[in-house]
Design a protein around this ligand. Structure first.
Ligand code: ZN
Length: 149
């Protein structure tokens, strides 16, 4: 039974939610059992470093992370593309955004040298990264090339 459930950590409050893989596959993602906010919402900002680490440690789905900052023009251009890719892939994968000015510990941990940078995390480990602004189709192709489709 347990292996039929994915673990999805809420980006808002850090609660670990169990979600039936069947329901996820139907495109029927649940809301957080603790705070009631959506677990999948087309690229959610990670609340803080601690929450992000918890998400990475406990989530059993592939996670795509967009590292960005308010002052970064290319990041702003890429944001709607990342959100569009999220709409296509969620809830088969998790889409998160990390504001590198706020989540400095996380940006340092992943040695982010330029933004936007896209990282694919699977089973708690970085599997691939892509630096520079890209469009939704490129994100989807890149993800598919790493087994996320
Ligand atoms: Zn929550």
């Amino acid at each position: 039974m347990a292996e039929n459930d994915a673990h999805v950590v809420c980006a808002h409050c850090g609660a670990v939610n169990r979600a039936s893989r069947a329901k996820l596959a139907e495109g029927n993602p649940p809301s957080c059992g603790r705070c009631g906010k959506p677990l999948f919402d087309g690229a959610i900002e990670a609340a803080d470093d601690e929450t992000f680490q918890r998400i990475v440690a406990r989530t059993t789905l592939p996670i795509l992370v967009d590292f960005w900052a308010e002052w970064c023009g290319p990041c702003k251009m890429m944001a709607p593309q990342f959100a569009a890719a999220a709409q296509r892939l969620e809830p088969r994968a998790r889409f998160l955004k990390v504001d590198t000015e706020r989540l400095r510990e996380t940006a340092a941990r992943y040695r982010i040298q330029s933004i936007p940078t896209l990282i694919l995390i699977r089973d708690g480990r970085e599997q691939a990264r892509q630096a520079g602004a890209v469009d939704a189709n490129t994100i989807l192709r890149w993800a598919a090339g790493h087994g996320v489709a």
